[in-house]
Ligand binder design. Sequence first.
Ligand code: ZN
Length: 244
Amino acid sequence: MSETNGIVISGMKYKESSKILTIYTRELGKVSVLAQGALRPKSGVMASTEVFALSNWKLRKGRTFHYIESVDLIDSFYTIRDSMEKMLFGFYALELLDKSTPMEEENVVLFELLEKFIRTMKGLKNILPLMVAYELKFSSFIGYRPHLDGCVTCGGKSSLAWEFDQTKGGLVCTNCRGQSRYPVSDREVQQMKHLLMSKLEDVQFLDIDDNTLWRIHNRMSDYLLYNLDVREMKSLSMIKQGLF
Ligand SMILES: [Zn+2]
């Protein structure tokens, strides 16, 4: 049996009263859990099986699924559902994690980043800087830290203009640029660095306007899709359509 904190990243009904959950855990990475009888009124585990819920899980590993020995809810983060924007950005963070991690591979840093993201989001009004910082940090933690110090191709530190080339993984100078469609100003490069380096709970205090943040978000989400080899994400398409 294993004991671990974990956040539900997706769930679906199974048979009459059970649910199959995907949980991102601190100690086991991503696991598939069969929550038997979770939907029965007296099951006592229902709140823990909702998406975004953080719980302490005691799990027993079976052939296909993990099974719940017992579970203690830590925080349901239910208030995220009060705002369409928080819910979509939250789903986006969960979908990113789900699409980029294999089953049962521990990654404490990714777990802690997600937990902090959800925790911080809960209390914020403007969550756009938080989401963009999450994209930058998440890219770095899964091995695609964008190169923001000079040209990724020639190493040059100064250029008349910069472009962000997702196929090369970062900035390229005027001499080296190819077909990239993402011009980036020096100021924006600095802002991306600040978002990357600041603590998640502090990014709300950075002085970056919403237009710039949306531009960085578009660039980073395209960059992530490219690197994860994913054509689209449901949550991301809804964010792009401005459905909040
Ligand atoms: Zn160059």
